[in-house]
Design a protein. Structure first.
Length: 141
């Protein structure tokens, strides 16, 4: 039976979170370690593609998040917050996933792994980046 997208998204978050502590490790090695630790034979294409995509987009997503956060630096954000931002901003800016779904799922994950204040902070950043992205798209059209 296929895993729900919510569970898959949480797996991607956990992979991105572990990458926060293993900076010199390749995404492929991170995925292999994750599979071993979780005793999994494999992951879905969504998990693999989203993890690799979000990992590759990390610097740009954090740059956008810092610009939208009013005075915060990426280093000041917790590893969990950085992982959530990478996941959500990748989904919002680089995939066909609806922005509202990406934001809502990231906020729900944040409530589980951070706290209510973190969820509000995340929601604010994602809202700002999403609006800016939509404005830029409409200007290009």
């Amino acid at each position: 039976m296929a895993e729900s997208r919510v569970k898959e998204r949480e797996r991607v978050f956990r992979l991105l979170f572990s990458a926060e502590f293993q900076k010199g490790t390749s995404p492929e090695e991170l995925l292999e370690s994750f599979l071993e630790a979780e005793e999994l034979a494999g992951v879905s294409d969504y998990v693999r593609d989203t993890f690799f995509g979000a990992h590759a987009f990390s610097e740009e997503s954090l740059s956008l998040a810092v610009a939208a956060s009013r005075g915060w630096t990426a280093e000041r954000m917790s590893p969990a917050m950085r992982a959530l931002l990478k996941l959500a901003l990748y989904e919002i800016l680089k995939t066909e996933i609806a922005t509202s779904i990406a934001v809502n799922e990231a906020v729900e994950l944040c409530k589980r792994y951070e706290d209510a204040r973190g969820a509000k902070f995340l929601n604010g950043i994602l809202g700002t980046v999403s609006r800016n992205h939509m404005e830029n798209k409409s200007e290009e059209a």
